[in-house]
Ligand binder design. Sequence first.
Ligand SMILES: *Cc1c(COP(=O)(O)O)cnc(C)c1O
Length: 405
Amino acid sequence: MTSSQVTREMFDQVMVPNYAPGPIIPTHGIGSRVWDQAGKEYIDLAGGIAVTGLGHAHPELVAALTEQAQKLWHLSNVLANEPAILLAKKLTEMTFADRVFFSNSGGEANEAAFKLARRYSWEKHGPHKHDIVACNNSFHGRTLFTVSVGGQAKYREGFEPVPGGIKHAPFNDIAALEAAIDENTCAFVVEPVQGEGGVTPADEAYLKRARELCDQHNALLIFDEVQTGVGRTGALYAYMKYGVTPDILTTAKAMGGGFPIGAMLTTTEVAQSLTVGTHGSTYGGNPLGCAVANKVMDIVNTPEVLQGVERKHELMVSGLQAINEKYGVFSAVRGMGLLIGAALTDEWQGKAKQFMTAALEEGVLALIAGPNVLRLAPSLIIGDDDIKEGLARFERAVARVAQGQ
Ligand SMILES: *Cc1c(COP(=O)(O)O)cnc(C)c1O
């Protein structure tokens, strides 16, 4: 069988039915444009769910990957490799952290963070101090531990029994957080901007209070920056924008620009609890992924790219507001940097997917964040012309849905 014989229908025959991908199959992309099997072109405002932060086929990333591909693909953690050490050094220089653990995904980075928080507290304070506090509506991954910590019950349904020692509190609610964090809390985990939960930024006062409460109760503050990290909000990491420093930070998605890699960052003091043999990953810190991520971090952590994100945020938000002035389908346009949510009005509740499908038909890739919010997370270096054309196509999609066509 050749690739030209592959059809979308075959997906439904051979895949476990846990996804419902759109009707077309993209085959290649450059920058913020991708093409499907029929040669139809799309503007990518989805970024592979905030992953392809430097667009498709970025020449420097292609070079980093292919150069490493000719040298060394894999060793496992039985031996160290140069790209991983270089990347870890870079991450410690660029952030608050002193120590790095590499994973292959965001969920695994969080799994490591939660295990480390438990282990650190167990060692330092005793086994009673094991509660993890998380937010309602949060998303931290799909492993059993991360769906348990995550604040969306639908992801746990039918998978019980799930791990215990986890408490949930409403997001952005200081009083509820004060009530939830106590002497048994080992960590509070929060997304600086809730991504999957609807693109809702945390209030600065909320994160500042969280920091104080964690300090008062000897609990660790974990920022899940899997979606907000690597330039997405206009800062390298969102914690820098908020001026609140966590004890543990998880990062993935855009870190590899599309190559699967994630990391958990922490301090020397906290890291000490993951002694030899306590945690691990066969692929974590794989040379191919680290070679690409080294290049991604270098490119993203520049004023050109980060300031560009802030400017493009304005373009995107004003464009969406202009669309809304005509059609009145959004109750709010929110988000930070190039993580933007357009919440639907009461009249359109539950219809986000309909807009996303119409957008695809009009030649633009968009996302949803739950049933009521449209989400856009384009490349951090998307050109202004692509933004303009992407929004024009998006407007046609909104018009069609709003007019019932
Ligand atoms: C996507 C996401 C995850 C899970 O990452 P995977 O790579 O899919 O395991 C965890 N946390 C947040 C905030 C995310 O957006």
